[in-house]
Every structure is written in structure tokens, then in C-alpha cells.
Design a protein around this ligand. Structure first.
Ligand code: B12
Ligand code: SF4
Ligand code: SF4
Length: 311
């Protein structure tokens, strides 16, 4: 018991030192209720063309199938709320994409945390994940006591809002577990539902991924954005922050301290015209380490044309 407490304390302290803002821990187990929500979501084709969401269902709802011998899921939140905002004329880009690609930044920090655990705890089996694996990251954040899922589908932390990335570390070590976050502080508020430009936010905290601007501008590949969305993009070029910008809990957002997330000038300043003038070569150079590269040059040009013809 003493050792469990000591390992837990060590992990939480190391996480903080490595630059994570919050750390919570839950017992690894199958997530039955969340599995049902996911099944329904997939059944209604809310994943659109994101085929990867339909893959590995069993692994996604059960971390013990993803990492052999898994006993604990450590969830880490990393703040990305920037201190600088885009200029008024800039084409709208989600705040999470202002700086260096979070996958790269957080993967390195997860690796460092695991390596400290190897040194301190010894031979353990563990794997770190950030966004790209079949893990229900929001669900684990709730299980680890870090916040609630808001009506806009995002994990909201009562102290600092929702502008956080969620990373998980699944390990075969028993640790002390935090209580599930059983409260919900959305109350009667409906600001996100009312503000969503494409009506993607449905009742009961369901977000139809196939209607979300983030899906169209980032995940939809090599296809034209459907005409039914014309005039509804509110000028978003890459991602969308509307349902978080209007959320009253984000009044408590604090600027992050991660040097790697320092905004690149082009994102803060590029107007639609600047983006249009950009050559593929310059795009590849400027956005080499940015999350924006996920859309590829062609995707960005498609988004631009869509916004222009919607004006
Ligand atoms: C697919 C995906 C998308 C898709 C689909 C969105 C969606 N709603 O699922 C698209 C491309 C549209 C998208 C958009 C965005 N995404 Co995204 N996305 C993901 C991804 C890869 C999987 C999410 C998933 O499993 N969806 C399926 C649905 C069914 O699951 P879910 O929304 O997570 O809900 C689960 C739980 O929350 C729980 N749950 C929900 N409500 C309730 C209520 C109760 C009572 C209970 C018990 C449980 C429960 O059950 C669900 C599981 O079945 C995750 C990374 C990951 N591996 O988890 C990132 C992730 C969810 N995205 C993230 C971000 C930042 C965004 C954007 C803000 C980016 C942007 N600015 O453009 C938007 C926000 C859109 C929105 N309002 O949700 C972050 C969320 C951080 C946070 N604070 O919540 C994640 C965790 C990535 C990360 N590692 O940081 N995303
Ligand atoms: S990210 Fe934008 S489009 Fe997607 S649910 Fe939120 S407000 Fe709606
Ligand atoms: S805007 Fe209101 S309803 Fe939507 S997530 Fe925030 S508090 Fe909840």
C-alpha cells in the first residue's frame, strides 16, 4: 500500500515537472457505458469518412486489450490556450494549431515520463498515447476525476476550462485511483448548441462528427465540402473553436507555458489572400512542424475556395 502511494505521488510530481497541467489516474477496465455511446455514434455514421474511428472497437473500449497486463490509465491534460490571438484580418485557425504539432511535443513528454517511471519503479510495461490511438481519451479524463464532458462534447476542467489536449499512459502497475468526476456544471446553459454554425451539437452531449467544421476542414480528404454547408463555416479555415470560445468555463483559461506552442507568425497574421498566394513549397516549409500539415496544401486550398464561394 505504501509503495502504491509512493509510486502515485512520484508519477504526479514528474508529470507536473515535465509540463503537464493536470494528472489523474483510473483503474484500467472496460468502459461499458462509453462503449454503448460510441456504438450508437458509429451506428448513426457520425464518424463520416473517419473510417479509423470504426476500427479496433474492442481495443478502444478496453485498455487491458490494448496494453497487456494493464492495471492503470494515467490521464494527463496539457493546456494550449495561447496568450496571443490572431489579428482581425487573419483567416481563422483553431488555437490548438497555433504552434508546433502537439503530437510531437506531447509524445516526447510521455516518453520522458515513462523513462522516469522505468528508473524509479523498474521493469514495467507501459505505453503512452496522444490522439492517434484507439483510446477514449475524454472518457478516461472523466474516469480520472479531471472534469466533465460538456454539452459541446469537450472535457471541461472546472479550474481552467477546455483548451487542453488529453494524453494517456496505460501501465501494468497498480496505483492509487482518483474518483470519477460525477458532477456536471453545464446546468441550463446552451451557448455552445446555439452558437455551433453547422448544428453539429445534438442533445445528450452528442456531437455529430460528420457535421463538424473541424471534420470538414481537417479530416475530410480529397473531397469537396458538400454544398449544404455553404455559408455555414463562419470563415473557419482550419478547425473550429466556436463551441469552446462561447463556453463560460473558458473565462478561466490561462495562457500556457509551453515554449513549443508559441504561435507561428503566419498563423497569427495570414489573411485569406496570403493563404491563397502561398505556394506548395512555402506551405511545406512554413508548416513542416505544424498540425496544419494534416490538411495538406490541397486541403487548405479546398477550404479557402469553399470559404470564398460562401462569402
Ligand atoms: C474523432 C475525433 C474528432 C472528430 C469527431 C468529434 C467527436 N465529437 O467525436 C472531429 C474531427 C470532428 C473532432 C473535432 C474536435 N476535436 Co477531436 N478527437 C477525435 C478523437 C480522435 C476521437 C474522439 C472519439 O472517440 N469520438 C467518438 C465519440 C462518441 O466519443 P467522445 O466525443 O470522445 O465521447 C466519449 C466520452 O466523452 C463519453 N461521453 C460523452 N458524453 C458523455 C456523457 C456521459 C453522461 C457519459 C457517462 C459519458 C460521456 O462517451 C463517449 C465515448 O463513447 C479524439 C482523440 C481520442 N483518441 O479520444 C480527439 C479529441 C476528442 N479532439 C480534441 C479536440 C481538441 C477537438 C477540437 C476542439 C479541435 C478543433 N478546435 O477543431 C474539435 C472539437 C469538436 C467537438 N465539439 O467535439 C481533443 C479534446 C480535448 C478536450 N478538452 O475534450 C481530443 C481528446 C484529442 C486530444 N488528445 O487532445 N475530433
Ligand atoms: S467545433 Fe465548431 S462545428 Fe464543431 S461542434 Fe464545435 S462549434 Fe460546432
Ligand atoms: S457552453 Fe454551456 S452548455 Fe456548452 S459546454 Fe459550456 S457550459 Fe456546457
Amino acid at each position: 500500500m505504501q509503495q502504491i502511494l509512493q509510486y502515485t505521488q512520484f508519477i504526479k510530481q514528474a508529470a507536473q515537472q515535465l509540463g503537464f497541467d493536470f494528472c489523474g489516474i483510473a483503474k484500467a477496465k472496460q468502459l461499458d457505458e462509453d462503449a454503448r455511446r460510441l456504438e450508437k455514434w458509429l451506428g448513426q455514421n457520425m464518424n463520416g469518412s473517419m473510417q479509423y474511428m470504426a476500427n479496433h472497437f474492442d481495443l478502444r473500449v478496453d485498455p487491458t486489450k490494448l496494453v497487456s497486463g494493464a492495471k492503470s490509465v494515467i490521464t494527463l491534460l496539457k493546456n494550449y490556450y495561447p496568450s496571443q490571438q490572431q489579428t482581425e484580418d487573419a483567416a481563422k485557425v483553431s488555437k490548438y494549431a497555433f504552434g508546433k504539432d502537439y503530437h510531437e511535443v506531447i509524445r516526447a513528454q510521455l516518453k520522458a515520463l515513462l523513462s522516469q517511471m522505468y528508473t524509479h519503479i523498474g521493469e514495467i510495461n507501459g505505453r503512452g498515447f496522444i490522439d492517434s490511438a484507439p483510446v477514449l481519451e475524454r472518457s478516461w479524463a472523466v474516469q480520472s476525476g479531471l472534469g466533465w464532458v460538456g454539452k459541446n462534447g469537450n472535457l471541461i476542467n472546472k479550474q481552467q476550462g477546455s483548451f487542453f489536449f488529453i494524453a494517456t499512459l496505460i501501465v501494468d502497475v497498480e496505483l492509487q485511483y482518483d474518483d470519477v468526476y460525477a458532477k456536471d456544471f453545464c446546468g441550463s446553459c446552451t451557448r455552445c448548441i446555439d452558437a455551433c454554425p453547422t448544428e453539429a451539437i445534438l442533445p445528450n452531449k452528442v456531437v455529430d462528427g460528420s457535421k463538424c467544421i473541424s471534420y470538414f476542414t481537417i479530416e475530410l480528404k480529397d473531397q469537396l465540402i458538400p454544398d449544404s454547408m455553404k455559408g455555414k463555416f463562419d470563415d473557419w479555415l482550419f478547425g473550429c473553436d466556436t463551441c469552446q470560445d462561447v463556453c463560460p468555463w473558458n473565462r478561466f483559461s490561462k495562457p500556457h507555458h509551453e515554449a513549443e506552442f508559441t504561435p507561428i507568425n503566419e498563423v497569427l497574421n495570414f489573411s485569406l489572400k496570403d493563404w491563397e498566394m502561398l505556394t506548395e513549397e512555402s506551405f511545406k516549409t512554413i508548416f513542416k512542424n505544424s498540425p496544419i500539415k494534416r490538411s495538406k496544401y490541397q486541403g487548405i486550398q479546398r477550404n479557402l475556395q469553399f470559404i470564398k464561394t460562401s462569402l
